[in-house]
Design a protein around this ligand. Structure first.
Ligand code: ZN
Length: 275
């Protein structure tokens, strides 16, 4: 599933080709994408809108329009946004929506498993919608040890489960939580509320470093994630623990172990990350 680095990579690639362009024609072929709204109605509402900004909040892409309205796109499991320059149309299976821009280019949305969502939000609706679902952004100046500490203080849950909760912090998923906790030398099953100040600081730094590494490598392609030009990310070649059970830890050589936390496959070094 795309996490913050994958979504941010898509945002950075699409921003220069999308901002300033108008949606000349919109076709949405999947009712699941817009439900409970009718896809034809959403397509009609989007037609004629001009893009003023492409932002990201957590794992959401935030397409801002001249009208003040916003299209919130969540890729979920297998959503991809592909960009087809003028005269080079993309024809791929599992296409769910196509946006024709006013310069002749296309933005194609494909989604094999069909869990992705497109939600058109009125200007005043965006902040309340996101506020109930997302905590703060990692990597920003507001992401301090103190802020993270406050979010974890009353959580009995394992730290990994707390970090997967989007209301703790927006944008992390199974891959980057494991990578961050390895960097921080914290065991994923440690109860969130029992962590020391120094450990929380190490987790904050670990999150920042893991996400920065992911962005620098254009995200991780395990299966379906692609950049808008169709190419893969390369972060999967740099994983420290994720998916590496039995391989030696980069730091100490101990074989990486796999367990389950919060129902998710979880990888860690039993020597560096003591429970
Ligand atoms: Zn180790």
């Amino acid at each position: 599933m795309p996490e913050l680095p994958e979504v941010e990579t898509v945002r950075r690639r699409l921003e220069p080709v999308l901002v300033g362009r108008s949606f000349e024609h919109v076709e949405i072929d999947d009712a699941r994408l817009t439900r409970p709204e009718d896809p034809a109605e959403v397509a009609a509402e989007l037609t004629g809108e001009r893009v003023t900004a492409l932002d990201r909040r957590g794992k959401y892409l935030v397409v801002r329009f001249g009208s003040g309205r916003v299209l919130l796109i969540h890729l979920r499991m297998t959503g991809n946004l592909l960009y087809a320059p003028p005269g080079q149309p993309v024809d791929v299976p599992h296409t769910r929506a196509v946006v024709k821009l006013d310069d002749g280019s296309d933005v194609v949305y494909r989604d094999i498993r069909r869990f992705g969502t497109w939600l058109l939000v009125e200007p005043e609706g965006l902040d309340p919608y996101l506020a109930t679902r997302l905590g703060g952004e990692p990597m920003g100046r507001a992401f301090t040890t103190r802020a993270l500490s406050a979010k974890l203080a009353n959580r009995k849950a394992p730290v990994k489960a707390a970090l997967l909760d989007q209301r703790t912090l927006a944008g992390l998923g199974n891959i980057y939580v494991d990578e961050a906790l390895w960097r921080a030398r914290v065991h994923p099953l440690r109860p969130a509320r029992g962590l020391e100040h120094d450990e929380i600081k190490a987790i904050r730094d670990g999150i920042n470093k893991a996400l920065a590494a992911g962005i620098a490598r254009q995200g991780a392609t395990l299966r379906d994630y692609r950049q808008p030009d169709g190419s893969r990310g390369s972060m999967q070649k740099e994983f420290k623990v994720y998916g590496r059970d039995g391989e030696p830890c980069d730091r100490c050589g101990t074989p990486i172990e796999k367990t389950r936390v919060a129902g998710r496959g979880t990888w860690y070094c039993p020597t560096c990350q003591v429970r």
